[in-house]
Design a protein. Sequence first.
Length: 176
Amino acid sequence: MRIFTNIAIILTCFMDRFRQSPCRPLSSRSMPNIAALLKQEIVRQVRKELRAETLTLKKSLVQHRTEIRDLKQRLAVLERQPSRTSASQPRATPLPTQDGASPKFRFRPAGLKKMREQFELTAAVLASILQVSTQTVYNWEAGSSRPSQEQLTKFAILKKMGKRKVQATLKQQSDH
């Protein structure tokens, strides 16, 4: 380190300070403690060098913190903007049914459960009407899966029929 190369400077500073004190007759009480003075001078020089070294580190730390703050702000702005990839891809349109008209039925898991309760149908009965398994109906109601376009068409037809017609149809099927 520079500390050992600057020993000559330290000693000259020490000697200058020693010379500045008035000359008195040497006695055990008035004799300066050379070791303490030398230690003070070394500590002063070390602090001076450390201040210079840490100043550059502090400057770089401030610079890095401002860069990080700016990057976080840019990231927040970019996250708020809609992504370009989703805008470039066309939105999925419902497939037309066989007769050419697309059904006006929007599927929601809570809506399916409500419709089933309004029509007083169990999941098993609704599954038999739609020709799917009971577990599929439960999955639709839980939202873990979605019905196909064909099933959505059947939902729309079922909803248009109403509760009385559905109950009458089920009665006729059970009589056969």
